[in-house]
Design a protein around this ligand. Structure first.
Ligand code: B3K
Ligand code: ZN
Length: 866
């Protein structure tokens, strides 16, 4: 497979003004008739350019005609990817009849069957599995789609836009015709056919237009759609208030499907969702999942403007819509819930997973320069780091200018397919700023490092901060130029008062800032709210960190001060562990934690986050060489030691956080439950039977999934093995008919680090509810084991690596996107000790030699072995 380069971009030679589709859906084979109104692109300077239509090798071409004249084999050529017609008129109608086999489609790209229904996934390049078409985002067309199918099996027939016609055909079939007036690229096309239940509601836009809202799902899940509906209405209103963006069609539909490669898809007017991102009920859904549903529903809705009305010119620009939309959904969630908690969660993800990506073999800029398979670039870098880049623009310009910038961007480019440059240009135009240097965030990969030092002149009352920035080499980029970034800061006095605060703009490799007329030497609070996606180091003393922990008005930095204290301690304990010294818990930490635990005036959400130990994944990311065992043992030791040292406090917090109130997934209640379950974890870590009894009571009496599942996971992951087995059996008996709940049941077991994990996981795969064709099941078992069970995955005999490689080889044919995603843990071999590296690399090599690889898997494996 050959890479595709951003620098080779060329405008399309032909445009499609109108696309008419007719689908005859059938169990055995589906017929697709496409009628395209084609016209030469006046902006294309290549005279005599051939018409190129993408078409996947699985398409069976039945008939092809231009202006009614059937083409013969001599009139065109075809390879695995393209159908090329060398000579065509300047304007013409192309008709193409194609036969496809959705029932055989296990890649879940294009048109496929999920359980009993038909559905589609076309982003990024799935439309070419449906019909021959210029499947590129800069070709935008109006679509009219007629869906024909058996009436009894597929009573619901959906596509993009508004329904304009329906009726009956022969043989018990019926049809619905849909028209989408907004020109769109093929990746936003969608179709659904099935026997579905629907929840209906309505929304009136700010300018008074009524919109019908519909969420479709399997009838047994009809009771789990209220939260998604509420989230949708909130998102619609928020986008009007915060961005001035209204919805534009008469109807907005969401469909829940079981078999889905990712979370959800923003098809125009017809979002298709993984059930895991739309279904929610207190009994079956945890707080975290409630919040995910809210966030994803909003994200897909926001795409209607940031993605659909204004779309990407080419796939290198993916972050134009994804980074911006993630920023929009994060701000929405922050407004709906706790802003600080949302930020802590997002930064935790960024600092563990995205930073690890930046340090791995697939590291790429937010706007990649080349790819072999675009599906491999739906990454944390494009999404999460891309969102951070937009956030930095927001910080640099301030909210008002930023809003003027987005207004200009939407107005200027409505109906167009554009690049990240256009987005930044709009921001530059409204602010009068030169953002040339800022754009390096789009082109340079890697996580910048900022080293900060300070000095104090007592006589002059002058405090000075010096910043040095650098960025490590990444594949294909050895040298990096300095970034332009905002550093939000505050200077704290000894009594906690703020002496100064603001935003510094870093542009040089080394840069100093002075603060005059200060009455005392301050403690600096740096990178408040995580104002730039960097690794910032400053040699804080413990006292200074404690000071920030107590007094910083920036909630994020208060939490981060706590993290820095815990990380430093855990790193020094790891040194002790490796040299065989006894591990000891310093009294000072116990005192700090006690004061946090007993101060009832603190926000429970904050306390819950402060008292959660840094994850194994985060400690791994920070390590020079990852010692999986040391990280795990030290964390376990600290958990137990803190549990014992503060037993009465944990118990008191547990009781204080228990509540009789009916379940609600609001920020305050979520915080309380999270603190309660954190306490339960510490109590169980003591290994004392009484706390097991408490956990079992919680498991049995919980009126919500958050509490029940927390109790289950804690017991299963504890040393109480028999009790764990018992609860797992009870949970299964109670929930075996709820697929999403059972996914959690699988994943709790797959992530259990107790010895013998691989054997247990292999037995789970024999479970009747496990289905290797369903991505959610693979994530619950395979990804959970390889990604959340480090000690077991990294077993010294290499069995975990071989296990994953076996899966990749199997899935490579069946579902390349999922295969390539699951592969990630193996690609990080450079971060481990040498003997481990050899074992991991051997499995990568085995995959490479296993036969014909998909582009997806080939790209990741080959780049990882460099
Ligand atoms: N745009 C889709 C992702 C499509 C992934 C294709 N492999 C979901 C989203 O980001 O909203
Ligand atoms: Zn998105």
């Amino acid at each position: 497979p050959q890479p595709i380069y951003l620098k080779d971009y060329q405008v399309p030679a032909y445009l499609i003004e109108h696309t008419e589709l007719r689908f005859e859906l059938d169990e055995q084979e589906t017929l697709v008739r496409a009628t395209l109104r084609v016209r030469r692109n006046p902006a294309c300077t290549r005279s005599k350019a051939a018409l190129e239509l993408h078409g996947h090798e699985t398409l069976e071409l039945c008939r092809l005609s231009i202006n009614g004249e059937i083409l013969s084999e001599r009139d065109f050529s075809r390879n695995e990817e393209l159908l090329t017609i060398p000579s065509v008129p300047t304007e013409f109608t192309l008709e193409c009849l194609t036969r496809i086999h959705p029932e055989l489609n296990t890649a879940l790209e294009g048109l496929y069957k999920s359980d009993g229904m038909f559905c589609t996934q076309c982003e990024a390049e799935g439309f070419r599995r449906i019909t021959f078409y210029p499947d590129r985002p800069d070709v935008m067309s109006v679509f009219r789609t007629r869906v024909v199918a058996d009436r009894s099996r597929y009573p619901v027939l959906l596509s993009n836009g508004n329904p304009v016609e329906s009726g009956y055909e022969d043989d018990g079939r019926h049809f619905v015709t849909w028209e989408d007036p907004f020109p769109k690229p093929a990746y936003l096309f969608a179709l659904v056919a099935g026997d579905l239940a629907v929840l209906e509601d309505s929304y009136t836009t700010a300018s008074g237009r009524p919109v019908k809202l519909q969420i479709y799902a399997d009838s047994k899940d009809l009771d789990k759609l209220d939260h998604a509906m509420l989230s949708l209405k909130r998102a619609m209103q928020w986008d009007e208030q915060v961005y001035g963006r209204e919805y534009d069609l008469d109807i907005y539909m969401i469909v829940a499907v079981d078999f889905f490669n990712m979370g959800a898809m923003e098809n125009k007017g017809l979002n298709i969702f993984n059930t895991s991102c739309v279904l929610a009920s207190p009994q079956t859904t945890t707080d975290a999942a409630f919040q995910r549903v809210e966030g994803v529903v909003a994200h897909e809705y926001f795409h209607n403007w940031s993605g659909n009305r204004v779309t990407c010119r080419d796939w290198f620009q993916l972050s134009l819509k994804e980074g911006f939309t993630v920023f929009r959904d994060a701000e929405f969630s922050a407004d709906m819930n706790s802003r600080t908690v949302k930020r802590i969660e997002d930064v935790s993800l960024l600092r563990t997973a995205q930073f690890a990506e930046d340090a791995g073999p697939m590291a790429h800029p937010v706007r990649p320069e080349s790819f072999i398979e675009i599906s491999n670039f739906y990454t944390l870098t494009v999404y999460e780091k891309g969102a951070e880049v937009v956030r930095m623009l927001h910080t640099l310009l301030g909210p008002e200018q930023f809003r003027r910038g987005t207004d200009l961007y939407f107005e200027r480019h409505d109906g167009q397919a554009v690049t990240t440059d256009e987005f930044v240009q709009a921001m530059a135009d409204v602010s009068g700023r030169d953002l040339t240097q800022f754009k390096r965030w789009y082109s340079q990969a890697g996580t910048p490092r900022i080293q900060v030092s300070d000095s104090w002149d007592d006589v002059a009352g002058c405090y000075r901060l010096t910043f040095r920035q650098s960025c490590p080499a990444t594949p294909g980029q050895d040298e990096k130029l300095p970034f332009h970034m905002p550093i939000a800061y505050g200077l704290l006095a000894a009594d906690g008062r703020e002496l100064a605060a603001g935003v510094l703009e870093l542009t040089d490799a080394e840069q100093s800032f002075s603060f005059d007329d200060l009455s005392e030497r301050p403690v600096p609070s740096l990178l408040r709210g995580f104002s730039a996606p960097v690794k910032l180091s400053f040699s804080y003393s413990d006292e200074q960190l404690l000071h920030l922990l107590r007094h910083d008005c920036d909630g994020f930095n208060r939490w981060d001060a706590g993290q820095r204290i815990a990380v430093a301690l855990m790193q020094s304990l790891m040194v002790d562990y490796r040299s065989g010294r006894e591990l000891r818990l310093p009294e000072s930490l116990v005192d700090t934690w006690r004061s946090l635990l007993t101060d009832a005036s603190l926000d429970p959400a904050m306390v819950a986050h402060l008292l959660r130990l840094p994850s194994e994944a985060y400690l791994s990311e920070l390590a020079d060489v990852i010692d999986v065992e040391a990280i795990h043992e030290v964390r376990e030791f600290l958990l137990k030691a803190l549990a014992q040292a503060l037993l009465p406090e944990w118990s008191a917090v547990y009781n204080r956080s228990s509540s009789e109130e009916p379940y609600a997934p609001d920020a305050a209640a979520c915080a309380r439950r999270s603190l309660k379950n954190l306490s339960l974890g510490y109590l169980l870590a003591t290994g004392e039977e009484v706390w097991l009894t408490l956990a079992e009571e919680q498991f049995n009496n919980a009126d919500n999934m958050t509490d029940q599942q927390a109790a289950l996971a804690l017991v299963v992951h504890s040393g109480f093995r028999q009790a764990g087995e018992r609860l797992l059996a009870e949970f299964q008996a109670q929930w075996q008919h709820e697929a999403l709940v059972m996914n959690q049941w699988f994943s709790i077991q797959a992530s259990d680090p107790w010895p013998g994990a691989l054997g247990r996981v292999q037995r789970l795969q024999e479970h009747p509810l496990f289905d290797a064709r369903n991505p959610n099941k693979l994530r619950s078992v395979v990804a959970a084991f390889c990604g959340q069970n480090a000690v077991s995955f990294h077993a010294a005999d290499g069995s975990g690596y071989a296990y994953l490689a076996d899966w990749i080889i199997q899935l490579n044919k069946q579902n390349p996107q999922i295969a390539s995603r699951l592969l990630t843990p193996l690609t990080r071999w450079k971060r481990y000790p040498e003997e481990v590296q050899l074992l991991m690399k051997a499995q990568l090599a085995r995959i490479l030699d296993s036969g014909e690889l998909s582009r997806d898997v080939y790209e990741v494996v080959s780049k990882s072995l460099v």
